[in-house]
Each structure stands twice: as C-alpha cells, then as structure tokens.
Design a protein. Sequence first.
Length: 443
Amino acid sequence: MNRLCAAMAATLMLSSFSSPSMGEPPEMDMNQIAESYVRLVLSVGEHDADYVDAYYGPTEWREDVRVIPIPDLIAEAEMLLAQLERIGRVTRFDEMGYLRFTYQTKQLQAVRARLQMLEGVRFTFDEEARALYDATPPSFGKEHFRNILARLDKALPAGEPGATIQQRVESYRAGFVIPKEKLDTVFRAAIAECRKRTGKHLVLPEGESFVVEYVTDKPWSAYNWYKGKSHSLIQVNTDLPIFIDRAIDLAAHEGYPGHHVYNALLEKNLAVDRGWMEFSVYPLFSPQSLVAEGSANFGVEVAFPGNERVEFEQAVLFPLAGIDPSSAGEYYRIFGLTGELSYAGNEAARRYLDGEISGEEAAAWLVEFALMSPERAAQRVRFIDRYRSYVINYNLGEDLVRNFIEARGGTPDNPAARWEEFGKLLSSPRLPSGLTEGIPSGR
C-alpha cells in the first residue's frame, strides 16, 4: 500500500475521535464497534509482538494494519468505550446480548491498560491483574505453603539423609519421566483419549484438527497457536524432562477440551454463526485469557472425573512410557499435594514484579515453595519476565471456572451436567467478572 493510501486508511480508522474541532464522533452500533476493536487489537500487535495470539478474520483487515502512535490508539479505545457506554444506557439486552456488551467493554478496557503499559505506566501486580484480566488474585503467605509442605513431607518417601523436600520430590519424580523416544507415542495416545471423551459430550466443528510439534528454547511448556477454521498448531517444549502427568495435562489443556476446542467453538458459534467479529481475534493480555486458561486446566477434571484419569493412565500411558503401572496411585496422591502449591508461583511473580525481590530470589522462592527444580524455576522466571501477571490465569482461572460450573449443578457427582455447563461456557462471551461465585479468599 502506498503512503497516501496508508495515510487515508489510518485517517479512516481514527476519524471517529472526538475533538473540539471535529465535534462528537458519529454513533456506532455493536457490530461497528466490534470491527473497530479488531482493527485496534491488530494495531496494538504492531507495538507488542506477543499481543495478538490468534487472528482469523478478514484478510484485508490484517493487510490494512500499520503502525499508529500509541496515544492515538489509547484515544481510539476510549472513544469505543464511550460508544459502548451510550449503548448500555439505551439498550435492553437479552442474556447473550448483555454478555456480548460486557465482553466488548472489558476487552477494550484491557486494550487501553496494555497500551498504557507500553507507554511506560507501571501497575502493581494486583492492579495489572485487574486491569488486564478482570480479576483480583488472592494472596497467600509463607505459612500457607509451609502447611502444605508439612503434609507433603509425611507423604514422600524418605530419600537420602539430609535431603530437602524439593530434592526428595525431584528424586521421586525422576522415575516418572517420559523417555524422549516415547514422548510422541504417549502424547498421541493421551490426545486420542481426550478427543474421544470430549466428542461424546460436545459437538465439535466438522473437520477440526491440530498438528503437534516438539520445540526447544521457549519460556513455556506448551502453546496452542489457533489458526482459524477449527485448526491449531500445538507446540510442546522439550527443554526440560516431561513427567507422565503432563501427557494428559497437555493433551487436555492445549487440545481437548481445552484451548483448541475453546477457540474452535467461539469461532463457530460466535464469529461465524452470529457474525460477532470481535471473536475473530484473540488478544493475549485480556480477560479472555483467564477463561481460556482456566477452562483448559479445569477441562482435565471434566474429561476424567473421579479416578478415571489414574485408571486410564495406569492401563495405557504408564505402560507406553515404560513406567511401572502399579506406582500410579501413589504418584497421583503425591502429585495432588504438590498441585496445592500452585499459588506459590503467583506469589513469586507478585513479589518480583512489585520490586520486592530479584529474579534470583524469585527463582529461589519457586524452588522452596513451589518445589521446582532450579532449572524449572529459572524457566518460570523467564515466563514471568515476558508475560508478567498472566500467571494468575492458570490457577485463579481454574478455580473460578470450577466454582462457576459447580454452582450451576456441574458437580463431581453429576458429570453430565458438568459437561453441559462446560460446553455452554466454551461457547459464550462470559468473562472473569461473570465467574465471581466462590473466589478464593487467600490467607
């Protein structure tokens, strides 16, 4: 596109700004706001390479994107929020309409906050979590984690004399590493089971699929890159040993019924069937991510209620990995206790990002209270450096999704209702402030 055309296009995008000389911007409906929101998110991506996690809208919208000054983008976000406020004053919504209205509002508020951060505004960890993810993370003190560690100390094998709990956990888990030459076989078996279970309860878009790649040198353990039209690329990081429990975790979280299904259902049910184009783009640093990560984590419980996970792994995955199946029960009893330490990662991030501790001290905290190996803790600090308060989306997101679904009858003893409510959540524009029943209080 030549410079004149680019300048004209930028002017069209920003033409609705309010100013003393231009007067009030013309009124917009929610579909027009949706298009402007998508174009705005794509423009933010020109300043922030991690921002646009997925886009599958019109090709010409992507081709029209150019670098626009951040202050102008902030002004655009504020103008769109003002338009939404006007709509909210004069419109009587049905349930889905109100969810859409709330979604657009919260997402745009997060766009503005991310732009402010790119301009140099510094939020505290909690302020950033509220501004970007529409949720307030609970805070846990050292005593909370020490109580869990005390219970774990009793459950673990004794180990070498003088070994720390972290060393004993690492020593114990070393026997549950999936050999690299068997990783793909184990992972694909896990995917097949997760897909079979999901397909029994959710109507998946016709032709949906994903490709799996194994990569290295990443700050994350796995990533789903949604490509649109019900297709994903899932990358698994093999920098560090992958334990047997991660096979189901990653297959469900990244695939079925996690990210792949969530994105495919949003695209099919909202972007395509309803024409709500705001769902053709996924800005990573936004409230949508808390629901995405929370539902992906909780999806493991949905797909494998009760003891079904241990039974399946004992019968299928442990033998495929060459690990003694008789050890599965004990492994998951211990693994369940280590899972209770998940919020220790949030506390490390809070202290680190708020300037209370250094990166080295954050890694040491993760070793002590999250029982990570030094290598895994260093990788986690790299993740925090890049994604900051995003860490809350995994554990707080899972808790909020679980409580929301259980409050609607999707309890552990009613797996059919759990699947039904889970499917509704994956197909709706509900965001964190709508999942407020039973927020963890912290202590």
